[in-house]
Ligand binder design. Sequence first.
Ligand code: ZN
Ligand code: ZN
Ligand code: ZN
Length: 356
Amino acid sequence: MSVPPRSSLALQATPHRRFNPLLREWVLVSPLRTQRPWLGQVEKPAPPSASQYDPGCYLCPGNERAGGARNPDYTSTLVFDNDYPALLPHAPAGAINQTNLIVAESETGNCRVGCFSPRHDLTVPRMSPRELRAVVNMWTEQFQELEKIEWVRHIQIFENRGGLMGASNPHPHCQIWTNATLPNIPARELHSFEEYRNDKKSCLLCDYLQLELQRKERIVCQNETFAVVVPFWAVWPFETLVLSKRHCAAMSDLSVLERELLGDILRRTTTRYDNIFETSFPYSMGFHQRPSDGHAHAEWHFHAHYFSPLLRSATVQKFMVGYELLGSPQRDITPEAAAQRLAAASETRFPEMTSS
Ligand SMILES: [Zn+2]
Ligand SMILES: [Zn+2]
Ligand SMILES: [Zn+2]
């Protein structure tokens, strides 16, 4: 049987699989399945936006947190150690290994919480440039401070928004976890960046971004410093990748203007998300910055991922079950169709419902 030329693969009409060069895995794309009737779970619509202050919120200014600490009357951002950390900086060292089948070792780390603003309701798409600048500066300062700690190898800054993504509190905030070892996903990306650089003498994501800027099929929005794309290999329905146009490895490499433009692109991206289904769009987002092991990591390209579960409305979400758990990730709407929806969405947020 002869193999048809690559250009004959009809990506919008034929089931196919796509390769993710960062993680070196395949995603199955099934464009025909979006027509099937939906009989699954229907989520409740998002509630109206919250008030500016919630006396029961452990992140609002002046309120008491679990464990008894009280938040200061902060006016911009606030960072504190998580009262229920998943990692400890002084975990007792130890390891077990039984014939390489039962293997464990202690892990050192710490967990901080960063509030974006004193306001309980001020999500990223609603923030002013000045407010966003404070958030980006907080992230940068945390990265610079934490990477000075001798044992720190990886700093993961991430935001979970919305109950669907497991956010326990609507007050806009991020988490900052540090590890003494490189976690799975950054370790796989590091390996891909290194191998690509050794092979091609260039950068995997610089080269990928050039392709996307030429093809223009999956670009959502851009400014002078950043471009947002639905990656060719996206798994989640409206997954995006935020790429710096200049090759750099961490937020601390950005100039003052570039940090300003990072805030700008995050606000515009999240506003588009909110507008797709006129809801406060749930997501997990996070930055992938170079390992903090004292090396320059010229192969690493600074970027951020947005993973969002909503599929066809504010009430229909994608589940990672069945084939995804047993075979490989799978998606129905194509990344190109998702990019078109996001690119067509307004950068002015839809009118607010007011809470009664
Ligand atoms: Zn709050
Ligand atoms: Zn690069
Ligand atoms: Zn990444």
